[in-house]
Design a protein around this ligand. Structure first.
Ligand SMILES: NC(=O)c1ccc[n+]([C@@H]2O[C@H](COP(=O)([O-])OP(=O)(O)OC[C@H]3O[C@@H](n4cnc5c(N)ncnc54)[C@H](O)[C@@H]3O)[C@@H](O)[C@H]2O)c1
Length: 253
């Protein structure tokens, strides 16, 4: 029970890596705020947690909207009395190069993937300070560390998440707030499944994603959640501003 007595907000917890993290955190004793823009998927995560005897509530949020984010933090603190952990996981994906990318698509991607991390942190940190400290784990990507072809806005958003992680780690260390980042490699989630289904030959596209990494396979959401748990828990008390790659060796090449 590595998170016994802790209150954790997990954004994008309705699916994929966020859901796996929510289930793991609940098993480790946390009270979990499942924060997602999709109420059906969010409710499903809450049901899964409760079926296993865990504690969770759903809060509907678009992480790119300040009013939603303020409400998310307020509801969490009203329900559970404090806030210890924030997992900035909600994210979207799009493929295009600079010439092809539509301005609206660029704005939307940066709004969700980068401004969302800014807003959720901005309104969570004062509550953590009130409680004597806390921990934030941002979900970056291998695409924030190395360039990946034809997904410029996504790459830029994730590089920004890494920079934001380091900035916040420095700014709030004196308040006993640790800020770290997990950078997953391609992981089997609804986001990746949808991208593969759009490919002309999904099986070939999948093989191509697998064989570019030394591990020669895609990641599983639970494998990413395990790293998020480490950085969110007291096991990593000396880690702040760190960037943990969990990518089957992709960025080691
Ligand atoms: N799957 C991968 O291969 C991979 C690799 C590297 C990084 N990541 C990152 O991990 C995170 C989770 O990815 P995933 O693959 O589990 O995605 P997913 O699409 O499977 O799940 C994302 C969840 O976020 C929610 N969401 C989307 N936009 C939102 C918004 N504006 N406000 C609130 N909730 C929102 C969705 O409803 C969904 O439940 C993302 O930040 C993604 O960029 C994923």
């Amino acid at each position: 029970m590595r998170l016994a007595g802790k209150v954790a907000i997990i954004t994008g917890a309705g699916a994929g890596i966020g859901r796996a993290t929510a289930l793991l955190f609940a098993r480790e004793g946390a009270e979990v705020v499942v924060a997602d823009c999709d109420p059906e998927k969010g409710a499903e995560t809450v049901s899964l947690i409760k079926e296993n005897g865990g504690a969770a509530i759903f809060v509907q949020v678009d992480v790119s909207k300040a009013a939603d984010v303020k409400k998310m933090v307020k509801t969490s603190v009203e329900r559970y009395g404090k806030l210890d952990i924030l997992i900035n996981n909600a994210g979207i994906y799009a493929q295009a190069d600079v010439v092809e990318a539509a301005e609206e698509e660029w704005d939307r991607l940066l709004d969700v993937n980068l401004k969302g991390v800014f807003l959720c942190s901005k309104y969570s940190i004062p509550e953590m300070i009130k409680g004597g400290g806390g921990t934030i784990v941002n979900i970056g990507s291998e695409a924030g560390i190395v360039g990946i072809k034809n997904q410029v806005a996504y790459n830029v958003s994730k590089s920004g998440v890494i920079a934001l992680t380091k900035s916040m780690a420095i700014d709030f260390a004196a308040h006993n707030i640790r800020v770290n980042c997990v950078c997953p490699g391609t992981t089997e989630t609804p986001l990746v499944k949808a991208a593969l289904e759009r490919a002309p030959d999904p099986a070939a596209a999948r093989r191509a994603l697998e064989e570019v990494r030394p591990a020669n396979r895609l990641g599983r959401p639970e494998e990413i959640a395990a790293g998020i748990l480490y950085l969110a828990s007291d096991e990593s008390l000396y880690a702040t501003g760190s960037i943990l790659s969990i990518d089957g060796g992709y960025t080691a090449q």
